[in-house]
Design a protein around this ligand. Structure first.
Ligand SMILES: *Cc1c(COP(=O)(O)O)cnc(C)c1O
Length: 394
């Protein structure tokens, strides 16, 4: 027997022993307030489907129509023969929605980060990056070859200091932050970060994956939330969270977007999302532009759930967005809590080290506009029951 893959078995066993092995559930229903797993219905507290668009009839209809008209595949990478009019329309509509000059779509938010960072930053350059930035930002930074200098999470004194320490060392530099941090639900102080970017004349990029469709007027995102239109060089986004479909986007000046059509490697060397995906995203923009109803309902639900959880005695951390961490401390307790919720019919994930710091394990509840008040009440009941049983509340 060959032994050359034994090291993988050992690594996997180590993950299991340490409680870091991902147990992935299989869903056999559309994404919505409820999910079917192994033939049973579960209340869904862990999807990023903020506005309930993942199975919205208008998006489903648009995707079906696009399949009838265009078929299912994009044919080639976009620079050869894979750009169709739906991709262009989506980019124009996205730019208008975000209030920027131009936008380019990628296959995912992850790809958007690996496209834009290396296109702007090279070996002679520096990146100042929030310590808690998303993995796709970290990978985009690595691919760029630039020197990455982390600053303490949302700490403006730390950002200013690391820039001052490194001034004169670089050709150009980029400050990068997540807009909404996905584990804690806190919002980056983008207005203050902008002031620092301006003071030192640096490029500024925000990854608004959890802010689009959530923050700002009718879900226009973090730049709108802080009224910084025209001041942030690059906005990265995803079409897989609030937009309910799949894909990534980079929005900003026409100059940067033109450059990405030439030098964004995931754009030039990998095929685009399908016409059905693009059509569904267009229908999502139609919905968001026609009414703020879904965004309003998302916030109403989030405020209700958070307020009730606090009344019950749970610690919901520092979140100011619909992301609701329920802080539990040690990883085994968070895992036990998640399992007990599942037995009570609620699907909510435990997050522990290394995704969050040691001793800060939690259940992360993702509230959606698709939850009815009764759904939230069902969830609250389960939290009371499990919280009392495990001694988290009294
Ligand atoms: C989810 C997320 C991404 C990845 O988006 P995908 O479209 O799923 O690839 C990128 N950045 C941040 C901050 C995210 O939260």
């Amino acid at each position: 027997m060959s032994t050359h893959l034994n090291w993988i078995q050992e690594e996997i066993q180590a993950l299991k022993d340490a409680g870091f092995y991902n147990q992935i559930r299989t869903i056999s229903s559309p994404q919505g307030a409820w999910l079917v797993i192994d033939g049973q219905r579960y209340l869904n507290f862990c999807s990023n489907n903020y506005l309930g668009l993942a199975n919205h009839p208008r998006l489903v209809e648009a995707a079906k129509k696009a399949i009838d008209q265009y078929g299912v595949g994009p044919g080639a990478v976009r620079v050869i023969s894979g750009t169709n009019d739906l991709h262009i329309e989506l980019e124009e509509r996205m730019a208008r929605f975000k209030g920027v000059e131009a936008a380019i779509t990628l296959q995912s938010g992850f790809q958007a980060n690996t496209a834009v960072i290396p296109a702007l930053i090279g070996k002679k350059d520096y990146i100042f990056s929030d310590r808690l930035n998303h993995a796709s930002i970290i990978d985009g930074c690595r691919l760029s070859g630039g020197k990455v200098v982390p600053y303490e999470h949302c700490d403006m004194a730390s950002l200013d200091e690391v820039i001052r320490q490194n001034r004169g060392q670089f050709r150009r530099a980029l400050i990068i932050t997540d807009g909404v941090f996905s584990m804690d639900g806190d919002v980056a102080p983008l207005d203050k970060i902008y002031a620092i970017a301006k003071k030192y004349d640096l490029l500024l990029m925000v990854d608004d994956a959890h802010g689009e469709g959530v923050l700002g007027k009718g879900g226009r995102g973090i730049v709108d939330h802080f009224d910084l239109h025209g001041k942030v060089d690059i906005e990265v986004g995803t079409l897989s969270k609030a937009f309910g479909v799949v894909g990534g986007v980079v929005a900003g000046s026409a100059t940067i977007i033109e450059w990405l059509r030439q030098r964004g490697r995931p754009f030039t060397f990998s095929s685009a999302v399908t016409p059905a995906d693009a059509a569904a995203c267009l229908a999502a923009i139609d919905l968001l532009e026609s009414s703020t109803e879904l965004v309003d309902r998302l916030w109403e639900n989030a405020c209700y759930f958070k307020a009730e959880m606090k009344k019950l005695g749970f610690d919901t951390g520092v979140s100011t967005t619909p992301i609701t961490p329920v802080m539990l401390g040690e990883a085994p307790l968070a895992q036990q809590f998640s399992r007990a919720l599942f037995e009570a019919g609620v699907f909510a994930m435990a997050n522990s080290y290394p995704i969050v710091p040691q001793g800060k394990a939690r259940i992360r509840v993702m509230i959606s506009a698709s939850h009815a008040r009764e759904d939230l009440d069902r969830g609250l009941e389960a939290f009371v029951q499990v919280g009392k049983k495990l001694g988290v509340i009294h």
